[in-house]
Design a protein around this ligand. Structure first.
Ligand SMILES: [Zn+2]
Length: 493
């Protein structure tokens, strides 16, 4: 019996023990499993509690409640909420110590990369030995910033994307450009620094973005995106696009036409032949737009492959994986673009963000955006119905989505789909399950039973590990215990 199959059966026969069977895939050796490799149960966490709290007490709490054996630290961030500190005067950066020999050919200076918030404390240096004592491996979690604070703008901004009007971006939905050598060198330097300087279990990298076409069309869980800011047309992307045989000017002009379409839609000007026909006509007239979109998506995968090769060349035992933005769960368009099969050869694990409770409100926002352009011929209710069928879900209708959230069944379906995408490769799926991800007013809240159901659903879908999400400091203790109860019933911990 293979191991994945065993876990699936474990779900059916809740309470089954894993003792005496093949060790589950994973490198760590936690004290409790003496020689066996346990299933990874990971906990993302911001920096502040790792500096301010008693680590022994905190790690003991995580292990006791939910068997946590891996810590995913938001270790490099210029986002105050990920660091866990006040926004006023925020700087951010690397909460470990940047070793400058790894950062060559990037405009970023030591001052740009050093996070001064906790007296330049090296958080990895502080945390790793204590975590180890508790049987917890440490993974730097490098999640791209969504915006830049003023304090680091001068140099960082030069790495950011340029929109189709030639304006530099400095935040979501734009971001650092995957084709900018300065950003590539920074990213590869950062992962090399972590891999060589610290006793880590591996690392996870993530980018909560999608290609410019989808942003321009408003096909996003983020609302109110300016359609005039399609990316990227920086000098490096222009050069790469031209080398791929794309007519750069036609691509740029095409995005101008998509922008006009979206502005007209938002102004309530109905296209003569209907919204969907007009959208399709834009693609027919401007195939360069799709080619440019593909350039963006494949460039990100190329950077991911480089990260993987870099880390593996340093230490093949380190596990390298990817956070996948939840927008993929709502958008058949991004689902097509973010094909996990394309990452199968350069991943040890993948974390699809499957936050079921908060998904209801997020899906509603996505549907509104889609209904304001491509699906303008439909009502919001019908848009949700169409999308739900396209995505193969069985969820609440539009008017009840926010108050119900998504079901645990969604977690199982999306895990199963993700697992199927990497068939034939030794890639582990470690879904991110929702434990009190913040919701809007009137939206549903997590419960211990709901969290337990989502955790079980992930393993039912073929998960081989789990990332309790999205941040320890957001979680109610009883809901974290709900996850632990499910993991115990499954025999995972
Ligand atoms: Zn670019």
């Amino acid at each position: 019996m293979n191991r994945r199959k065993f876990i699936q059966l474990g779900v059916i026969g809740a309470g089954a023990s894993l003792a005496g069977v093949d060790p589950l895939r994973s490198d760590p050796v936690a004290p409790s499993t003496a020689g066996k490799s346990p299933v990874t149960v990971a906990m993302p966490i911001s920096v502040a509690p790792l500096v301010q709290r008693d680590l022994d007490v905190m790690f003991d709490d995580m292990r006791t409640r939910a068997g946590v054996n891996a810590l995913f630290i938001f270790i490099y961030s210029h986002e105050p909420h990920r660091a866990g500190v006040e926004a006023e005067g925020f700087h951010g950066g690397n909460y470990a110590r940047p070793h400058m020999e790894f950062y060559r050919d990037t405009p970023l200076t030591l001052a740009d990369m050093s996070a001064p918030e906790f007296n330049n404390m090296d958080v990895l240096e502080r945390v790793i030995p204590v975590a180890k004592k508790h049987g917890i491996r440490v993974f730097p979690f490098i999640l791209e910033d969504n915006s830049l604070p003023e304090a680091v703008k001068a140099n960082w901004e030069t790495l950011y994307e340029v929109d189709h009007h030639g304006q530099r971006t400095s935040g979501h939905p734009g971001g650092p450009c995957f084709n900018n050598p300065g950003y590539q060198n920074f990213t590869l330097g950062l992962v090399e620094d972590y891999a060589r300087s610290y006793d880590i279990g591996g690392l996870m990298w993530g980018s909560e973005r999608q290609g410019g076409l989808l942003n321009t069309l408003g096909l996003s869980q983020s609302s109110g995106i300016d359609p005039g800011r399609t990316t990227c047309f920086c000098e490096f992307c222009q050069k790469k696009g031209a080398e791929r045989g794309i007519d750069v000017e036609r691509a740029q002009r095409g995005f101008g036409e998509v922008e006009t379409f979206v502005r007209n839609c938002r102004a309530g000007r109905q296209p003569r032949d209907g919204y969907f026909a007009e959208f399709w006509r834009l693609l027919l007239k401007n195939p360069e737009v799709l080619a440019w979109e593909n350039l963006w998506a494949t460039s990100r995968h190329e950077l991911q492959a480089s990260v993987y090769r870099k880390v593996k060349a340093i230490n093949p035992a380190l596990q390298v994986g990817w956070h996948v933005w939840q927008n993929v769960s709502f958008s058949p368009f991004q689902r097509a673009e973010e094909n996990l099969a394309d990452l199968a050869e350069c991943s040890d694990f993948i974390r699809p963000a499957l936050y079921n409770n908060v998904a209801g409100g997020r899906f509603k926002v996505f549907a509104k955006g889609a209904q304001a352009s491509v699906f303008g011929d439909l009502t919001p209710e019908a848009t949700v119905e169409v999308l739900t069928r396209q995505l193969n879900y069985n969820e609440a209708p539009y008017d009840r989505l926010a108050e119900t959230g998504f079901s645990a069944e969604y977690v199982a379906r999306e895990t199963r789909r993700s697992v199927a995408a990497v068939t034939g490769h030794p890639v582990q799926m470690w879904p991110g399950v929702d434990i009190d991800v913040p919701v809007g007013a009137g939206e549903s809240h997590c419960t211990p039973d709901g969290v337990a159901a989502a955790v079980k659903a992930a393993f039912q879908g073929g998960a081989e590990g789990i990332i309790l999400s999205r941040n320890y400091v957001e979680m109610k203790p009883e809901n974290l215990s709900g996850a632990g109860k499910a993991l115990r019933e499954l025999g995972v911990i």
